[in-house]
Structures are given as C-alpha cells and as structure tokens.
Write a protein that binds this ligand. Structure first.
Ligand code: GLN
Length: 256
C-alpha cells in the first residue's frame, strides 16, 4: 500500500515538473504553434537586427512587450522587407512589422495599428559628395532603393520628373553598399535608420537636404480579418505608452 502511495506521489511530481517546463517554453513563444507569427525586415537596425544570434531592436522588443501585456505568444520571422505583406496574404504571417510606414496603398491590403514611431524618408549620399544637396540635383544620377519600400515608390514615381536612374536591391545593407562602392550616387532610406547606421558604423554616408516626407510606422495585420488581434495590439501599445515601457524600449536603442 505504501509503495502505491509513493508511486502516486512520484507520478504527481513528474506531472507537476512537466507542467512547469511546458509553461516556460510557452512564455518564450519559440516554436509554439499557438503563437502569432511576426514578419520583420531581415536587417533594419535600430528596429530589427541580429546580435549574438538573437533578434533585437525596437520592433522586436515592442511586439514582445505588447504580447506580454495582452497575453499572447509571438514567433519572429526575419525576411526581405518586400516579402512581408505577400507572406501575410499567403496566410504565412499574422503580423507585419519592419519599420513599416503607414501608407494609403498598403491600407488596401492591410490594417494598421495606431502609429508607433515618427519617421520620414531621407536622401543619402557619400560623405564626400558635394554635388547633390537635394532631389533637384539628381539629373543624370543613379539612386539605389530597397524593393517594396516607400523609398522605392518615391524613386519610381519621380524618376521622369528628376531624370535619374533607379537601382533596386533587396535590403538596406546592399543599398548602403551601392553608394559606398560608387555604383549609385544616392540612396533613399528612412531618417532614423540612416542616422543610426551612420552613428553606429564607419559608413561614409551623409543625409542630403530635408526629409522628403513625414510618415509614421504602424504594425500591420491582414485587412478585415484580424479585428480582435488589432485591438489587442492597439490596447497593448496604449498600455506601454502609458506605463513608460514604450519610452524605455525606444531609449534602450536610441538613448533619449
Ligand atoms: N518605412 C519604409 C517603408 O515602409 C522602409 C521600411 C524598411 O525598409 N524596412 O517602406
């Protein structure tokens, strides 16, 4: 009889330990099939980047904090920026981030959260370039842009008006490279991203002229299908702004 009692206790203990274990892995969200998948740009510091084999950045911390506040799990998937919205349309992603600007065009396919970061597009040239100080100086020049971005849109829409050529690349690193190695005379990048890149690395680049627009970043979900998730994202965002966590995340990366 005693033996059965001990056995029973042992089984309960094992079950208890197993329950604790699975609880832990759910909190991290990794590999959890109940988790919402979040597509982010493959490399877009300070919003998302890999460091020591880990995804870091404002977007990454923000979505984790929103998920924690609202009680859901997330799994991050890094990809080329231009692949994020198509992957949402194909049902492979629940949430799209990546310093994604809220635009009327995108609103035809996705619903955006409330804006969470003020950005804007900048013209960028090599630091020793004295010829180009605004888009008016781009006649006959070549500019590099990243596929699927507001920068690429701007470049393609204004190509005839300003008389430049456009080179399309897949990520920001390649875009910076095009100007650094002289393949392109200028590039278009979001102001906070280029300022961070110039401050953090030895990139020989500088911003030319004023911002070309003043857009805002939003978190996206597939249009018309995710009202409940969007509400959680907006509620979480509002709570983080209220309790200081949002400011904490932004200043962790931007130091203000
Ligand atoms: N904010 C820009 C856009 O939405 C660029 C985003 C990015 O390159 N990750 O198109």
């Amino acid at each position: 009889m005693k033996k059965i009692l001990y056995f029973g206790l042992l089984v309960s203990l094992i079950l208890l330990l197993a329950a604790c274990g699975s609880g832990d892995s759910e909190t991290s969200g990794d590999g959890d099939s109940n988790a919402y998948t979040v597509g982010v740009d493959v490399t877009y510091p300070p919003f998302e980047f890999q460091e020591d084999g880990e995804m870091k950045g404002i977007d990454i911390d923000l979505i984790h904090a929103i998920a924690e506040d609202q009680g859901f799990e997330v799994q991050i998937e890094a990809m080329d920026f231009s692949g994020i919205i198509p992957a949402m349309q194909a049902g492979e992603l629940d949430i799209g981030m990546g310093g994604m600007s809220i635009t009327e065009d995108r609103k035809e396919t996705v619903d955006f959260s409330d804006p969470y970061f003020e950005s804007g597009l900048s013209l960028v040239v090599a630091s020793d370039n004295t010829e180009i100080s605004s888009v008016d100086d781009l006649e006959g020049k070549t500019i590099a842009v990243k596929n699927g971005t507001t920068g690429a849109n701007f470049a393609n829409e204004n190509k005839e008006a300003y008389g430049y050529e456009v080179i399309q690349v897949k990520d920001s690193t390649s875009m910076f490279q095009e100007v650094a190695n002289g393949n392109a005379d200028a590039l278009l990048e979001d102001y906070p991203v280029i300022m961070y890149a110039i401050a953090k690395s030895d990139l020989e680049l500088k911003v030319a002229g004023d911002k070309l627009n003043g857009d805002n970043y939003g978190i996206s979900v597939l249009k018309g299908k995710n009202d409940e998730l969007l509400k959680k994202i907006n509620d979480g965002l509002a709570n983080l702004k209220e309790n200081g966590k949002y400011d904490e995340i932004v200043s962790k990366y931007l130091g203000e």
